[in-house]
Design a binder for this molecule. Structure first.
Ligand SMILES: Cc1ncc(COP(=O)(O)OP(=O)(O)O)c(N)n1
Ligand SMILES: Cc1ncsc1CCOP(=O)(O)O
Ligand SMILES: [Mg+2]
Length: 245
């Protein structure tokens, strides 16, 4: 079965060589998926196409070695060309994440096929209206944020007037309710943000630095996943209590 039909965005790692404090990207990915991360995106603004293909290969192998190729989705940021080249070399890549000024989602879908995951960053400007009205027929999920300003992507949340707009938890709850497709939130997300984020109803969180810059990435990844899962579990229990008791 295609992973597109059943993918889990709850704990989503975004990573490239510029984020890891000199440590191998594959080691960070291994730590994250062994800790329960469910989705990985290779994202680098400095790596060449060849380097990105190699990073994608290593990520795919690490996921396969953990026996998680059918559960942990591997996406590449921006680079449709890299995914096509990687697939041509037999590397299992599950999809792409693009933003508003990247390759259009229709083109991604056409080249990657119906079994692939296509994620799109939601627009910053009038985000609520956008999320309600945009055509989502080719998209599998929205990425949005930031929750806090972040050095990893200083332009995240840049509005038309050049100011950074951060998203409040109330706004995120509303977005989660209105979005016709799953929504993941990232940008400055740290461990302390996980409990309130889990309460908003979003599908998951995505992080770069919380894991990639941690002194102990495996411990940090474990804490993030455990905290998310714990909150989801207690929410489900609360929701199952009958109002008639
Ligand atoms: C899961 C997720 N959400 C949002 C983004 C940001 O994508 P984009 O807006 O294209 O910006 P860059 O990442 O390309 O700088 C993302 N990568 N992942
Ligand atoms: C918002 C966003 N989109 C892609 S990377 C990124 C920044 C997230 O990085 P960090 O988790 O280090 O703040
Ligand atoms: Mg992009």
């Amino acid at each position: 079965m295609s992973i597109r039909k059943n993918f889990d965005l709850s704990a989503y790692l975004v990573v490239g060589p510029e984020n890891t404090k000199g440590r191998p990207v594959e080691t960070i990915i291994k730590d994250a998926i062994e800790s329960g991360f469910t989705c990985v995106q290779i994202r680098s603004k400095v790596a060449s196409a060849i380097e990105l293909i190699q990073l994608t290969r290593e990520a795919s192998e690490v996921i396969a070695q953990a026996g998680k190729s059918d559960e942990v989705a591997l996406l590449v940021n921006d680079r449709l060309d890299v995914i096509l080249a990687a697939r041509k070399q037999g590397i299992k890549v599950d999809g792409i994440h693009v933003g508003q000024s990247d390759i259009p989602v229709e083109v991604c879908r056409e080249y990657l096929g119906e079994d692939s995951i296509v994620g799109l960053s939601a627009r910053t400007h009038e985000l609520l209206e956008y999320i309600k009205t945009v055509d989502v027929s080719q998209i599998d999920y929205f990425g949005a944020g930031p929750l806090h300003e972040t050095k990893t992507k200083p332009d995240c949340g840049l509005d038309l007037d050049g100011k950074i707009v951060i998203r409040s938890l109330d706004e995120i709850s509303e977005l989660a309710q209105l979005s016709p497709i799953p929504l993941v939130i990232g940008g400055g997300v740290k461990l302390a943000d996980i409990p309130p984020l889990a309460e908003t109803g979003v599908e998951g969180f995505f992080v770069v630095s919380a894991v990639t810059e941690a002194d102990d990435p495996k411990l940090e990844a474990t804490n993030l996943v455990k905290t998310w899962n714990l909150h989801k579990l207690s929410q489900n229990k609360t929701n199952k209590i009958s109002p008639f008791i």
